[in-house]
Design a protein around this ligand. Structure first.
Ligand SMILES: *Cc1c(COP(=O)(O)O)cnc(C)c1O
Length: 417
């Protein structure tokens, strides 16, 4: 890619007060400003996060926990500060309920291995929904293959809404665990996770909520949801990749065996037996992604400083505008029309393959994603091999959506010719 450091031309329509925080938008491609509509895959990072990581790595870095010298103490304090930020962000009641992981995927695998596996016998059941990301499907399939448990899937309707009655009906004496997304990455559907958790708990079933797609769109309160576990990734929250967090109720973390063995997670090691450190260290074997945690803490502070009211009203305005401009394109079918949705549009265009749409738009420096979005069962449910997805963040503007619509019109004309 040829990069130019000219400032991008101002986009038409409403601006985003935060766009200027993101250096990437100052870079144009062949004179064309970046229209970034792929935040559901990964969000861009503001200079506040980039600067915090750079400052930490340059001036405050050392390995954590064991050092008695100043730098190690500072690094340990920064890492602990990031954990406190995650606790506050999720409204957990104790820092020990927050484990740093690589991301949502590792968090789900940790819960599957360490919490669910010891509870499963042949004939037991794990309940998920039809709109899950592969990372909230495959770990459970692996577990089922290993234990003889069975994976049950709650259906979704034609709008992409989980059938709550069916979900409740699938919870029974054999159900040992339930896992579901807070927000669908392929459809934008917001699940009623508080109600789903209540239904599961009424049957004594513990719950994991996959919050990867929710954390950038709405405030999360794990105590209000009541879930046993909540997972998210830093890179979808304007933070670094390779870092995420798993919330778990302290009573669970205390009772669970370690997920991986190694340094930093032990109390004492001998060949006659090893004892483990308490949570959360028990689940953080080896040197963690220290700079990533600092960056995640900075991303949380960045979002908190903006405030949810401003973020939600900006996203709502974009969602309404997006619905309008996409509705004006004949032959475009939205996949996912749940009444409770976030600013994310999955669609197919009559007569044009989604991959061709993506490639065509890319020539105009419009970044969308075409494919199954790591949710092949969703594609199958709607009878399409793939969709094109435009997903929005706080830096997007109405102008971005207008550019998308204009691009789609050109795609249509090109393929009709
Ligand atoms: C992105 C995503 C994941 C996986 O997150 P990673 O950061 O790749 O581990 C899981 N669930 C949903 C809903 C997602 O959007």
């Amino acid at each position: 890619m040829k990069e130019s450091l000219e400032t991008a031309a101002p986009v038409s329509g409403t601006t985003s007060p935060w766009r200027g925080d993101f250096p990437v938008f100052a870079v144009t491609e062949n004179g064309k400003p970046l229209v970034y509509l792929d935040s559901a895959a990964s969000a861009q990072k503001p200079h506040q996060v980039l600067d915090a990581v750079r400052h930490f790595e340059a001036f405050e870095y050392a390995n954590i926990h064991r050092g008695v010298y100043k730098l190690s103490e500072t690094a340990t304090a920064r890492y602990g500060g990031a954990r406190a930020a995650v606790r506050r962000f999720l409204n957990a009641s104790d820092d020990r309920e927050i484990v740093f992981v690589r991301g949502t995927t590792e968090a789900v695998n940790l819960v599957a291995r360490s919490f669910a596996r010891p509870r499963l016998a042949p004939g037991d059941e794990i309940l998920i929904t039809h709109l899950e990301h592969h990372s909230n499907i495959v770990p459970w399939q692996l577990l089922c293959a290993e234990t003889g448990a069975e994976l049950k899937v709650a259906p979704i309707d034609d709008r992409g809404v989980v059938d709550l009655e069916a979900f409740a009906g699938l919870l029974g004496p054999r159900t040992k665990f339930a896992a579901f997304a807070h927000v669908s990455n392929a459809l934008g559907t917001v699940n009623p996770v508080r109600e789903m958790t209540r239904l599961a708990h009424a049957q004594g079933v513990p719950v994991l909520v996959d919050g990867a797609q929710a954390v950038a769109h709405m405030p999360v309160d794990v105590q209000e949801i009541g879930c046993d576990f909540y997972a998210f990734s830093g890179h979808k929250l304007y933070g670094p990749s390779g870092i995420g967090a798993l919330y778990g109720k302290l009573e669970h973390f205390e009772a669970m065996p370690p997920y991986q063995g190694g340094g930093d997670m032990i109390r004492s090691v001998s060949f006659s037996g090893t004892t483990f450190a308490p949570a959360p260290q028990k689940f953080e074997a080896g040197t963690p992604n220290i700079g990533g945690a600092v960056g995640l803490g900075a991303a949380i502070e960045y979002v908190e400083a903006i405030g949810w009211e401003a973020i939600e009203s900006h996203q709502r305005a974009l969602q309404e505008h997006g619905e309008q401009v996409l509705a004006s394109i004949t032959g475009l079918r939205l996949i996912g029309t749940a009444p409770e949705r976030v600013s994310l549009f999955s669609y197919v265009l009559e007569g044009v393959h989604p991959h061709d749409i993506g490639t065509f738009l890319a020539a105009d420096n419009i970044a969308v994603r075409s494919g199954h979005h790591c949710a092949q069962p969703v594609m199958e449910r709607f009878g399409v091999p793939a969709t094109t997805r435009a997903s929005l963040g706080i830096y997007n503007t109405r102008g971005d959506l207008d550019a998308l619509a204009a691009g789609l019109q050109r795609v249509k004309e090109f393929f009709a010719a």
